[in-house]
Write a protein that binds this ligand. Sequence first.
Ligand SMILES: [Zn+2]
Length: 145
Amino acid sequence: MANHSCDYNCAGVFDGMKLQLRTIKDVKEGEECTISYVDVINPAKERQAKLEEEYHFTCKCVKCVEEINASGPVDDGSGELELQDCAKVLQLCGPYLKPMDSSSSIPVNHYLLVRVRHRALIAYMDLQEWEKAAEIGQLITEHYR
Ligand SMILES: [Zn+2]
């Protein structure tokens, strides 16, 4: 078992049937090993809501505190889209399914951009367009790097 932190220092990795806890950054002697129970690319308010709903605690990690103190109107969730039709998803997402340069008005690691790409990935998989799904998968991987 490992406690949660949005600024986690470990990740669980399966080796066959064996679950290993591996550090993903330097851990000082005596420092608690933590994992994340939620997708940390989401804004702090969404992470906290999910943690409260599913795990019944309020995360007060450094990452949450810093994000909430710095949060502005971009975290209000107004960018949430209800998209169900694959073709519509891909039509709407088109401009965001390519690598973006630094001149873009959208920060390259904005969580809504990652969400759009996740939905496009699922849409391409539903359509069995595997090469396009793989391209989107590569873009998403860059966010997490
Ligand atoms: Zn947190």
